[in-house]
Design a protein around this ligand. Structure first.
Ligand code: GLU
Length: 408
């Protein structure tokens, strides 16, 4: 099953709940702009995309990823999840995503710069602060955004920092952005612990993925007394029942680029990590990690999706029937785009906003969004999972905007 089939099935499931006609569903599932190019860099060609899934609420918004497995199907799905995420957070954005299919780990900095600039040369006409605003995603970062901004401004001939977010502070970014995805997830986890009445100290956690988001959320939870018993990255993982010293693990990862072989802890495979009997399992790697093949083996009581789309459509049902609470990606990882929005508005107005004020807004919005989703789940007598609850809120807002525009 393709990743986009997950999107279609989930939308279809909600057709009755939100009273949608078949043709409306078809319209919502149709990407509004698909741009494709082959980027030629040093004699090699890489397929690249920018896809806008919806723009009823505002311009497209969403990251650009560099990854060897990027495909049109994946970028399209990620763009749809961005539409839902932006709508759920009440942001004035549609949804979009971009990607380049290549392995950035096999290339040097100069090459990555060339790919970034080529990407903009190919897509700059469909991008812009009022058209579609990219940001970092898997294997892209503030440096990538800097090259892209520079190339964009070279193409259009004037400054427009609001065309891209996740920039370094010197180019109009905001300091808060660097760990905002992790911060948002952390805030949602704390609120979930309160709402569900879980113990405040000593909850056990396993973390799949130790990139920017996974690593920072681990750090925040560890500082708060959560017991992180396992963590991994694409090259392996470590497990210690007594808890891992996360600050030491982060130092190790920064020095050696991997988490495996840290200390004398037991090595753990990806499958074993996913199946650990922990209170909270955090998924911060890639799509389709829990599927119909392993869903029945999951023992965690709560699963938090910091990656986009790590649980398949079929797996959702299995986890729900087992009574496992899944905090969906469009809620758990929305801190990133929320702070992107602060950055974008600051770039547009030219005002410099107080960092503490923005940190407070991030706090407030994430907590409110958790309660919006949880309350919808209660309102529907807990018959639907939190993902469906979040989709209902997000879709209702998009549908309302589309209706007002006369498109539905
Ligand atoms: N790539 C991030 C996401 O999936 C951030 C997007 C943004 O800031 O526009 O939400």
């Amino acid at each position: 099953m393709s990743v986009f089939d997950n999107v279609i099935k989930r939308f279809e499931d909600l057709k009755e709940v939100i009273n949608l006609k078949d043709e409306d569903l078809k319209y919502l599932l149709e990407p509004k702009l698909v741009s494709h190019a082959e980027l030629e860099v040093d004699g090699q060609k890489f397929p690249a995309w920018r896809i806008i899934s919806n723009r009823a609420l505002g311009p497209g918004k969403g990251g650009i990823r560099f990854h060897p497995e990027v495909s049109e199907d994946e970028v399209k799905s990620l763009a749809f999840w961005m539409s839902l995420k932006n709508s759920l957070l009440d942001l004035p954005y549609g949804g979009a995503k971009g990607g380049v299919k290549f392995n950035p780990k096999e290339h040097d900095t100069k090459f990555l710069e060339k790919v970034s600039r080529k990407y903009i040369d190919s897509f700059y006409k469909v991008l812009g602060q009022d058209k579609d605003i990219p940001a970092p995603d898997v294997y892209t970062n503030p440096q990538t955004m800097s090259w892209m901004l520079d190339q964009y401004e070279k193409n259009i001939g004037h400054h427009e920092p609001g065309m891209i977010t996740g920039k370094p502070v010197e180019l109009g970014g905001i300091a808060l952005r660097s760990d905002s995805t992790a911060k948002g997830a952390y805030l949602v986890i704390l609120e979930m612990v309160k709402t569900l009445g879980l113990p405040e100290k000593g909850l056990t956690v396993a973390i799949q993925g130790f990139g920017n988001a996974g690593l920072n959320v681990a750090k925040m939870l560890y500082a708060d007394g959560f017991k992180i018993v396992a963590a991994n990255d694409s090259r392996g993982g470590v497990h210690n029942e007594e808890g891992i010293d996360i600050n030491e693990l982060i130092k190790f990862k920064e020095e050696f680029g991997v988490v495996s072989a840290f200390s004398d802890y037991k090595a753990i495979s990806n499958d074993e990590l996913l199946e650990l009997d922990v209170d909270i399992l955090i998924l911060s790697a890639l799509e389709n990690q829990i599927t119909e093949n392993n869903a029945d083996k999951i023992k965690a009581k709560q699963v938090v999706e910091i990656a986009n789309g790590p649980i398949s459509y079929e797996a959702d049902k299995v986890l729900f029937d087992k009574g496992i609470t899944v905090v969906p990606d469009i809620l758990a990882n929305a801190g990133g785009v929320l702070v992107s929005y602060f950055e974008w508005s600051q770039n547009r107005t030219g005002n410099i906003l107080d960092q503490n004020y923005l940190a407070g807004l991030l706090n407030e919005r994430m907590i409110k969004s958790w309660h919006n989703v949880y309350n919808k789940h209660l309102e529907l007598d807990k018959k639907i999972d939190l993902r469906k609850a979040a989709y209902i809120i997000a879709l209702e807002r998009i549908i309302k905007a589309e209706k007002l525009r006369g498109n539905l």
